[in-house]
Design a binder for this molecule. Structure first.
Ligand code: SF4
Ligand code: MSK
Length: 652
């Protein structure tokens, strides 16, 4: 093993479990039963929630309770700690109506929101690492990865104006990689993939002054605007939020999605399993958690290494079982059919199976608490990104140039840890659920016979009333998975097709909605379409960055009908969102013309003008707006009404 493949333990292993045990295990059995039902809708999560409460192992729900009640100034967006003259809070009843610098409630709320949006848009930076790998393949510096979808490489290269004559794969990879790297920090006033949008959508952006530029530029522009003493006009600040989010959706995220497909394969429908029951008692279990498919794809390869498999046998395991989690899990699920253990709120519970040898993470949505949870078991938390070092974890410096060697060292470490497992603590009382995933835009087009016309015809005839993108996370303010599953079920019942990504898609998988048989729950029109095509009524389109696939699909439909996206019977929803990137994703849906319903109120209630702009005023700029509705059944009403309005306007 070379020097860089040796793990570094970031600070000593945490021995905190006993402290939590003493504090939390005071709960009585009735209370545990009540909390278990209140906290999650995921049937497979319930036994683990019960176990963690009984054993006094702290989870996200416990920490949420400990944080109550929230600060009402922060909750409404009325606090600012942006500069050293503050912190400031707006408290009108105490005559505090401006911060020290003079910023009023509207400005403070808008700046906080833009800050959140720009932070969220920066998640698409993970695409830069994928594009750098493509460039490295072309230049010959990256040897562990190959181009898996040559046809897509050439197609995307064509979109970017790269010369593909002669078909030299390495040359094309280098040229496309270089063009895309420039696109991240482009000095141009436009980005290539935004040209996929219908021309009238592009015209709306130009008129509103929000045509997206390179993601680096928009994020820096936003950071500049939230600096004290730059922008004082809340409307101008919020418009920059839309522009920044568009550069995420049509720029950074779309490049991440497309080049992931080029490197690892464009997803096609495949079957697999989800929920905590995917863990195997007699195998070495390794979970892959985070967002970037680069490391996880290598771990899949390393887990097949004959030497490592022999080692697994030697330590007494039947084999190596890889399981995905969150969006790295989605990437593996849709491309490789690797089972998925669950979404955001399943991460701590997965360790409580007692059978997890390692949780390998990169970045985004990784609870900093994981090493604390793991300290109650034998599980190693293995961090791999220089951007995301986690105290209590073992760190491997993963780079595309050392990818396979690092992945192999990680898998070996996990296999060796099998001997430290305590068989008495292994707890897997649940069975996994079947799912069909992998509905890329290309796969949907192929399922429809090579053109979107049949889908458009079904929408025009009314068999399918419209389509909704349900996306986003889990949030302890909402019963785990309840928002996603209830909204999805209600919409398909009303003949509205659902396309999903991220933790929303995993929630639907756990609830059985990603199976073709779930069409039995759909209205008669959608049911017959799904049955004739053999597809589920809820289509899994991938991970968080793959919300760009939803944009792409909307653009294809708009272009086929020669109308802007805002005219289509479409909507978006984020019933359980929590993350900054969800703010960016919701914003690029709206900025692209898609009415979007949030299940959790953003921190904006302190400024009625900001609330009014986002829920009404934006219609004047982008023909779409946000709504906030915590009850998923009422959210379904709002969405269905919107879709019917759009149908009437289209004359269908
Ligand atoms: Fe206070 Fe203004 Fe500084 Fe914010 S930017 S902390 S409102 S002085
Ligand atoms: S993992 S951003 S909790 S969807 Fe993409 Fe899930 Fe939201 Fe993270």
């Amino acid at each position: 093993m070379s020097e860089e493949q040796k793990p570094v333990l970031i600070r000593e292993k945490m021995e905190v479990c006993e402290l939590d045990r003493v504090r939390l295990s005071l709960m009585n059995p009735q209370l545990i039963e009540q909390k278990k039902e209140e906290r999650t809708f995921d049937a497979a999560a319930k036994p683990y929630l019960e176990l963690t409460m009984k054993d006094g192992i702290e989870t996200v729900w416990d920490r949420f309770e400990m944080q109550q009640p929230p600060c009402k100034h922060c909750e409404t967006g009325l606090s600012c700690s942006r500069c050293a003259m503050g912190p400031c809070r707006i408290i009108p009843e105490r005559n505090r109506v401006r911060g020290v610098c003079g910023a009023d409630a509207d400005l403070i709320v808008a700046r906080n929101l833009l800050d959140m949006c720009a932070t969220g848009a920066a998640h698409s930076d993970h695409g830069r690492e994928i594009v750098l790998t493509l460039y490295g393949i072309g230049k010959g510096t990256v040897k562990d990865y190959v181009v898996s979808d040559r046809e897509k490489l050439i197609r995307i290269a064509g979109e970017f104006g790269v010369d593909t004559k002669g078909g030299n794969e390495k040359k094309i990879a280098a040229a496309l990689g270089s063009a895309m790297l420039e696109e991240y920090g482009s000095v141009k006033d436009s980005i290539q993939f935004a040209k996929r949008a219908p021309s009238s959508t592009q015209e709306i952006w130009a008129k509103a002054g929000i045509s997206p530029r390179g993601i680096d530029r928009e994020v820096v522009d936003s950071m500049h605007r939230v600096h004290m003493g730059v922008g004082a006009d809340y409307q101008n600040i919020l418009l920059q939020g839309l522009r920044t989010s568009l550069s995420d959706g049509w720029g950074g995220s779309m490049m991440a999605t497309e080049i992931s497909d080029v490197l690892f394969g464009t997803p096609v429908p495949n079957e697999s399993l989800v929920n905590l029951g995917v863990v195997k008692k007699d195998h070495v279990n390794i979970s892959l958690h985070g967002h970037n498919p680069m490391l996880s794809e290598m771990v899949v390869k390393a887990a097949k290494d004959p030497g490592i498999l022999a080692l697994a046998k030697k330590v007494g395991a039947k084999g190596i079982n890889l399981v995905g989690l969150c969006c790295t899990g989605n990437e593996l699920l849709m491309r490789k059919g690797i089972p998925n253990a669950g979404n955001h709120f399943n991460q701590e519970l997965l360790i409580a199976t007692g059978a997890l040898e390692a949780m390998v993470v990169d970045y985004q949505c990784i609870f900093p608490s994981l090493p604390r949870t793991a300290s109650c078991y034998h599980t190693h938390i293995i961090s791999t990104s220089h951007k995301s070092k986690i105290p209590g974890s073992y760190y491997f410096g993963f780079e595309p140039e050392n990818a396979y060697a690092t992945a192999k060292a990680i898998v070996k470490m996990a296999v060796e840890n099998f001997q430290n497992r305590n068989p008495d603590r292994v707890f897997i009382p649940v069975e996994p659920v079947k799912v069909t995933t992998g509905f890329s835009v290309e796969a949907i087009r192929a399922a429809l016979g090579g053109t979107f016309k049949p889908l458009i015809d079904q929408i025009a005839s009314g068999s399918i009333r419209g389509a909704v993108g349900i996306v986003g996370c889990n949030n302890p303010k909402v019963k785990h998975d309840y928002g996603h599953v209830t909204l999805g079920k209600e919409l398909i019942r009303r003949d509205i097709l659902c396309v999903e990504t991220g933790c929303a898609a995993i929630a639907s998988g756990k609830a059985g909605l990603l199976q073709p048989s779930a069409s039995a729950l759909a209205g008669p029109g959608l049911k017959s379409v799904c049955e004739s095509l053999g597809i589920p009524p809820v289509l899994h389109m991938g991970s968080c960055v793959d919300c760009s696939r939803i944009l792409h699909l909307a653009a294809e439909l708009g272009n086929a009908l020669n109308v802007g996206i805002h005219k289509l019977p479409l909507a978006g929803a984020a019933p359980e969102w929590y993350s900054q990137k969800a703010v960016s994703i919701g914003s690029y849906f709206v900025a692209s013309g898609v009415f979007t319903v949030l299940g959790v109120m953003p921190k904006i209630a302190g400024s009625p003008p900001v609330v009014s702009l986002l829920t009404e005023g934006l219609k004047g700029a982008v023909n779409a707006s946000f709504a906030v509705e915590p009850d998923p059944l009422k959210a379904a009403d709002l969405i269905a009404d919107h879709i019917e309005r759009k149908r009437t306007e289209l004359g269908i």
